[in-house]
Design a protein around this ligand. Sequence first.
Ligand SMILES: Nc1ncnc2c1ncn2[C@@H]1O[C@H](COP(=O)(O)OP(=O)(O)OP(=O)(O)O)[C@@H](O)[C@H]1O
Ligand SMILES: [Mg+2]
Length: 245
Amino acid sequence: MLKLEGVHAYYGTSHILHGIDLSIEQGETVTLLGRNGAGKTTTMRTIMGLLRPKEGQVIFRGEVISGHKPFQIARKGIAYVPEERAIFVHLSLVENLKIAQVGMGNNLKGTWTVERIFEKFPTLAERKMHRGANLSGGEQQMLAIARALMSEPDLLLLDEPSEGLAPLIVEELQKVTREIVEEGITVLLVEQDLDMCTALARRHYVMDQGRIVYCGTNEEFMANEEVRNRYLTLSSVERTLAAEE
Ligand SMILES: Nc1ncnc2c1ncn2[C@@H]1O[C@H](COP(=O)(O)OP(=O)(O)OP(=O)(O)O)[C@@H](O)[C@H]1O
Ligand SMILES: [Mg+2]
């Protein structure tokens, strides 16, 4: 469904991505792991067209999409939930949802409506008239994901959804993500919470300094202590070990 081939990307003159190769099959959930500054967000931004690769290409369903504008890429069926969530603080929750369908042209099939979102996210329904600014961190994250669903993606890019959230909310987030996968949506997940990664994904990529340094199945990855210790932050490794005990 998605393929990155030798992608190099820059911020100005800073060379950030050094030839990323990555592929995701339809219906798969894949994680992209790595320390702070490894280039995970930059990879997602490049897929979404917010950054144009200087070399290499991004291919979505057999079509080269690198060089296309973000709104064109969204229309093709990719949605991005950024790390910072980017909720419109002055708009109500419902308005935040509806805005995701603006500019989608004829690309909407009607699979996701506000009503259906509220069935899936009952906590959001209770807050529907609240302004973005008055939502908790967890509610904002759920809203960011729900808003992405409103654009009816086939591929969802989730950037560190659990960051800064309480364990109970992380659990809810995991449940919601699993339901999204069950809907047939392909997910590329960037996440520091290794429990969440291994619970949701069957394959993992690890990045370091703008390069893919490892790719393996859940079983291979969990057995590979060296990769985990070398390329992941201590806190996520500690969390995994605690969970294993
Ligand atoms: N707007 C920018 N301008 C210049 N350099 C940037 C910019 N955004 C990120 N970088 C640099 O690019 C590199 C990769 O950053 P990126 O945000 O992709 O990492 P990340 O893996 O998502 O990290 P984190 O886990 O902290 O979110 C880092 O060295 C970072 O300092
Ligand atoms: Mg990031």
